[in-house]
Design a protein around this ligand. Structure first.
Ligand SMILES: C[S@@+](CC[C@H](N)C(=O)[O-])C[C@H]1O[C@@H](n2cnc3c(N)ncnc32)[C@H](O)[C@@H]1O
Length: 278
């Protein structure tokens, strides 16, 4: 199958049609959710504390919805206006903004507790315009990303490298920008389930998460074991506030008030199930 990044620039590939198709595909939703779960697990955030996260290439907010469900606040950046329009239509909780990662991440220094990026990084390896130099764009991206992350925080990118030299290009630019870390390959022996995660540490070096392995589902020797962390997340998933429930709506409204937005007051009707319109 040809790679979407070979067909043209991301802002053209993810047009109105593609953005809608992408967001309605239940298989895509499931896969993006699983990969976001794994990326968040690798961030190893302090338990039961909401974090402030950046989602690079947030698209229509599939990855972001997982962050919300896990109780985190997030900002998403994406180059496709159409993907962001779908995110807004779906009323995702995070703030989404239009931006090209290759042009840099311009946020306040040290503001993010962690960064995730799902299925977006490989796009930066292509030169879509005459003046695009992938190595320079990656370097600029990683340098500016480093500065907006809190020291000691992590960034996890699930990505689809096309070949070993792309992987080398990405990791070398990340290291040049000051990060430590490397690539974790989950299910390395399965063609279908194999997934690449670039795990970067900002400031303080940390132990690399161990890869999941198809046969046992356990980590390889020597790495940090995240199995109990996965169980914790699964348990918490059971307790999470259901989307569009009264509690969920009240929380969302409180957040908007804190942001200075005009919001209707809460009443006994807030979040009430409405009769279908005929
Ligand atoms: C496969 S989608 C993934 C979207 C989302 N992370 C999810 O989990 O569903 C890849 C996204 O990366 C975005 N993207 C590609 N290149 C980008 C760039 N240079 N800057 C910002 N976003 C980019 C695309 O527009 C697209 O929305």
């Amino acid at each position: 199958m040809s790679r979407p990044e070979h067909t043209g620039p991301p802002e053209l590939f993810y047009n109105e049609d593609e953005a809608t198709k992408y967001t309605c595909n239940s298989r895509i939703i499931e896969i993006q959710e699983k990969m976001t779960e794994r990326a968040v697990e690798m961030l190893a955030l302090p338990p039961d504390q909401p974090a402030f996260l950046l989602d690079v290439g947030c698209g229509s907010g599939l990855s972001g919805e997982w962050l919300t469900a896990e109780g985190h606040h997030w900002i998403g950046v994406d180059i496709s206006e159409h993907m962001l329009n779908v995110a807004k239509e779906r009323e995702v909780e995070g703030e989404v903004c239009l931006g090209d990662a290759g042009e840099g991440m311009f946020f306040r220094p040290g503001v993010f507790d962690g960064v995730v990026s799902i299925s977006a990084l490989q796009w930066l390896c292509n030169a879509d315009k005459k003046d695009h130099r992938p190595a320079q764009r990656l370097h600029h991206f990683f340098t500016t990303l480093y500065s907006c992350m809190a020291r000691g925080s992590k960034a996890v990118f699930q990505f689809y490298p096309e070949n070993p030299s792309q992987m080398e290009l990405i990791t070398s630019q990340a290291m040049r920008a000051g990060f430590t870390g490397g690539v974790v390959v989950d299910y390395p022996h399965s063609t279908k389930a194999k997934k690449y995660y670039l795990c970067l540490f900002c400031g303080t070096p940390a132990r690399m998460p161990s890869a999941l392995d198809g046969a046992s589902g356990q980590g390889q020797e020597g790495g940090v074991q995240y199995t109990t962390e996965r169980e914790r997340i699964r348990k918490r998933k059971g307790d999470r506030t259901p989307l569009k429930s009264r509690d969920w709506i009240v929380r969302k409204k409180e957040r908007s008030r804190r942001q200075g937005k005009e919001v209707r007051r809460d009443t006994k009707y807030t979040g009430r199930k409405r009769a279908p319109k005929f």
